[in-house]
Write a protein that binds this ligand. Structure first.
Ligand SMILES: C[S@@+](CC[C@H](N)C(=O)[O-])C[C@H]1O[C@@H](n2cnc3c(N)ncnc32)[C@H](O)[C@@H]1O
Length: 236
C-alpha cells in the first residue's frame, strides 16, 4: 500500500515549524479543543514503560509527551525527545527546566534518526507523521531504533469520521483567525491545520505499521475520531 504524497520541501516545513513554535502550545490547545493533554496521557500509558526504560519521543515539538514519559522512566531511565525544529527544541528544554524534569532534547530529522538499531524500549510519535510525504519512512525509522519487542506508539490528530470535509473546512477558516488573535503566523498554522487531512484512515495506518514490522497492533479513537492512538510491538 502506498501512502506517499507529492513531495514538498522539508526545509520549508521546518521553517514553518520554527515560526509556529512560540504559539504552538496555545494553538494546539485550540485545535484539540483542550483535549490534547488527555490524549498524550493515554499515549504515555500505552507506551507501557517502567522505571529504567530507554524511550525516544519522535516529533517531540515542545516536549509534552516526552515529559510525561520522563515521569514514568524516572532517573533510572532516559527519555530523548527529537525534533528537526530548533525553535521547538528550545521551548521543550525550557519546559523541562521549568518543571525540574530530566529529559534530553535533540535536533534531528525523524526520517534519518542518529541512533543505533535496537536502542530503545519504546518509541512514541504524537502529531508528526502526518507532515511526512511518506509516513512509512518515519515509522520504519521508529521501528529500526526500537528493540525487538519494544513498544511503538503513534498519536495523530485526524479528521472526525463523519465530518471529514466539514472539519477540514472549519479548521481552514478558524485557524488563521485564531492565530491572528494570538499574533502568530497564519500561513504556517494553516499548513498545520491542512495537514490533519493527510493522515490515512486508522485501518490503513495499522496496515502500514504491520508492513514496517510492528505486530499486536491496536487503535483507539478519541472524540469521534478527532484523534487516533495506534500502538503495537516490534516483531522479533
Ligand atoms: C504537530 S507538531 C507535534 C508536537 C508534539 N509532539 C505534540 O504532541 O504536540 C509536529 C512536530 O513534528 C516536527 N517534525 C515534522 N517533521 C519532522 C521530521 N521529519 N523530523 C523531525 N521533526 C519533524 C515539527 O517540527 C513539529 O514540532
Amino acid at each position: 500500500m502506498s501512502t506517499a504524497r507529492v513531495p514538498h520541501s522539508a526545509v520549508d516545513d521546518r521553517a514553518a515549524f520554527d515560526l509556529i513554535a512560540p504559539r504552538y502550545d496555545l494553538v494546539s490547545g485550540v485545535m484539540t479543543l483542550g483535549m490534547g493533554d488527555g490524549w498524550r496521557r493515554a499515549a504515555a500509558e500505552v507506551a507501557d514503560v517502567a522505571a529504567g526504560a530507554q524511550v525516544l519521543d519522535a516529533f517531540t515539538g515542545t516536549g509534552d509527551l516526552a515529559l510525561l514519559l520522563a515521569d514514568r522512566v524516572t532517573s533510572l531511565g532516559q527519555v530523548i525527545g527529537v525534533d528537526y525544529s530548533p525553535a521547538m527544541i528550545d521551548r521543550a528544554r525550557l519546559k523541562a527546566a521549568a518543571t525540574h524534569r530530566r529529559c534530553r532534547f535533540e535536533v534531528a530529522d525523524v526520517t534519518q534518526l542518529p541512533y543505533e538499531n535496537n536502542r530503545f524500549d519504546a518509541v512514541t510519535a504524537s502529531g508528526g507523521l502526518r507532515s511526512l510525504d511518506d509516513p512509512s519512512i518515519g515509522i520504519g525509522e521508529m521501528v529500526r531504533v526500537a528493540r525487538p519487542g519494544g513498544r511503538i506508539v503513534i498519536l495523530e490528530i485526524t479528521p472526525p469520521r463523519h465530518l471529514r470535509g466539514l472539519h477540514a473546512g472549519a479548521l481552514a477558516v478558524a485557524m488563521p483567525a485564531v492565530v491572528r488573535l494570538l499574533r502568530g503566523d497564519p500561513d504556517a498554522f494553516a499548513r498545520l491545520a491542512e495537514s490533519v487531512g493527510h493522515m490515512p484512515p486508522p485501518a490503513d495506518v495499522a496496515a502500514l505499521m504491520w508492513e514496517c514490522g510492528i505486530g499486536g497492533i491496536r487503535w483507539r479513537e478519541f472524540a469521534g475520531g478527532m484523534a487516533t492512538l495506534h500502538h503495537g510491538t516490534v516483531r522479533a
